[in-house]
Design a protein around this ligand. Sequence first.
Ligand SMILES: [Zn+2]
Length: 210
Amino acid sequence: MTEQAQREQLVALAKSMFERGYATGGAGNLSVRLGDEHLLATPTGASFGRLDPARLSLLDMNGQHLSGDKPSKEVSFHLAIYQQRPSAKAIVHLHSTYLTALSCLSELDRANAIKAFTPYYVMRVGSLPVVEYFNPGDPRIGSELAKLAPDYRAYLLANHGPVVTGSDLLDAVDNAEELEETAKLYLLLRGNQVAYLSDENVAILASKGV
Ligand SMILES: [Zn+2]
């Protein structure tokens, strides 16, 4: 895919997410790798609904801003993940309603915030480790994510929101949407007896992927 096509795809996917309520105001950010050397990211404070392909932030993999508008400060934790997870080619970070609600619960299992109860969650996300709360912009968010990145595809920042990787931007967006729906179901089911998937079925699904 050409750089121009990547820019247009990022803007179209962000707009679609905005229109369906996955992002509001200027919250959240997206990034996608352009080959080995560069990263395209959403600018600081930019609404997913009003991005301009020509003004997206272009950075090198050390975080040096090369062109376009100033990147979100949260791009620093995207870079930390890319360094530790070469298979990740795109990252979606949202402050989406259900995952952010989940991230504010005090009794979360920090090793995996959502125990599997549907197969697509296992195939797309697997499990959801939790990063303890740090204020936005704190470099410890990146260092904690870097520790998890080799082993996990998605992460939940406590009292903040999800960070989801993918093999390309479309895959990362699909994974993020699946995860948000899973959180919605999880919260709908709270207080009910849930039939979780067996460890055996989870292991089979996890080895398959989508
Ligand atoms: Zn954020």
